[in-house]
Design a protein around this ligand. Structure first.
Ligand code: GLY
Length: 373
């Protein structure tokens, strides 16, 4: 799979799985073009926009986004929920449905998701289901959301501790990104997003991988040109994958590189570790298997693991993470069918494939390689 071509300010996803379906991803250094970009996708629209955001992002960006929209659109009262994955639940969604109802949102109206992955997933699921489906716009504000979750139409809420159990595919009308908002992220949030950036480079863009090696300091300093570059390059890879397989029935699985063991570490930590950190540990384990199978030279694996560490990400699990527990979590993963474990490997840096039948011994070895002690 090849990253999609893009110009400096946008790329357009053409959903081949859904005839006639297409939406733009737009990158701008401020929110001032938001109104014009919405007009391009909505045309002469006289309905309402309802912004969903969380208590953290609302402090930072609700005001500039509202300013950018209010002279052109009717805005309802925004819906602000407490920040954090633990609020990605049906109870918050129910409050949001009530809010939409009280704001008299009807089928022609539009939800605007302003925030990270939790907000995008939850607002998208509300849009997929409220009045049997209304339109929505993504304005992702975290690195993880800009490079991954805002693109491709996966929407969901968690069911208790089961992540993304209740969900739907519902594509946004527009994804509007301002990469400069990434400069306000906490170190942990930024490095968590870098886990997905490194994953994207490893599975689909060798040039991006080289860029990450050469520009790690500029990226960590949050230099604007570096942020723009990594966001656009990752979007081009993600867009190519979801355009090919919008409903996750085949090649989209390559986006799960590092995620089988990563999800197990995440569950074992009871979600106390950030997602990208768990993916980083999972990638370190998967890289071992790639080396073992002869797809990567030892020095290539070392270099990739070193790159993960350079962005402040772990490459081994903490002592309290039990190897047996990780194994049983991996074997109960949805990627196991008839005892066969589907696993994503690299055949080289920048190219991934789906191994349909990973041997249990290989999995054990991979888990051992990232376990302390
Ligand atoms: N985040 C993985 C996917 O969109 O399929």
């Amino acid at each position: 799979m090849r990253p999609m071509q893009y110009d400096s300010s946008k790329l357009v996803i053409k959903g081949r799985g859904e005839p006639g379906f297409s939406y733009p991803i737009v990158w701008e250094d401020s929110f001032s073009a938001l109104s014009d970009e919405i007009r391009k996708v909505l045309g002469s629209f006289s309905g309402k926009l309802c912004i969903m955001t969380d208590s953290h992002v609302s402090e930072l960006y609700l005001q500039p986004v509202t300013e950018a929209l209010k002279s052109s659109y009717t805005l309802t009262k925004p819906f602000i929920f407490p920040a954090g994955e633990k609020h990605k639940q049906l109870s918050v969604l129910q409050e949001f449905y009530q809010h939409l109802l009280c704001s008299e949102m009807d089928r022609k109206d539009v939800i605007v998701a302003l925030g990270g992955g939790v907000t995008g997933d939850m607002a998208g699921f509300a849009a997929a289901t409220y009045r049997r489906g209304i339109r929505f716009i993504q304005i992702p504000t975290t690195l993880l959301a800009q490079v991954d979750s805002s693109i491709g139409g996966k929407t969901a809420v968690d069911l208790g501790s089961f992540k993304n159990m209740i969900g739907a595919f519902h594509q946004p009308l527009l994804v509007y990104m301002n990469p400069l908002v990434l400069q306000t992220l906490s170190g942990e949030q930024f490095s968590s997003g870098m886990g997905e950036v490194i994953k994207t480079a490893l599975i689909g863009d060798e040039q991006l991988y080289t860029y990450l090696k050469m520009n790690a300091e500029a990226i960590c300093r949050g230099e604007a040109s570096a942020l723009r570059h990594i966001v656009r390059a990752c979007c081009a890879v993600k867009a190519a994958v979801v355009e090919e397989d919008p409903l996750d029935q085949g090649i989209r699985a390559v986006l799960n590189f590092g995620h089988t063991i990563g999800h197990a570490v995440e569950a074992e930590s009871r979600f106390s570790l950030p997602h990208g950190h768990c993916v980083a540990i999972g990638m370190a384990a998967a890289l071992r298997l790639c080396e073992k199978r002869g797809f990567l030279k030892p020095e290539e694996r070392n270099e990739a693991a070193g790159l993960i560490s350079r962005f402040g990400l772990p490459t081994a699990a903490e002592e309290w993470v039990s190897q047996e527990k990780l194994l049983s979590l991996c074997m109960s993963d949805k990627k196991v069918e008839e005892g066969k474990l589907r696993f994503i490997l690299l055949n080289k840096i920048g190219s991934a494939f789906i191994e349909p039948n990973l041997e249990k011994d290989e999995l054990i070895e991979a888990i051992r390689s990232i376990s302390a002690g």
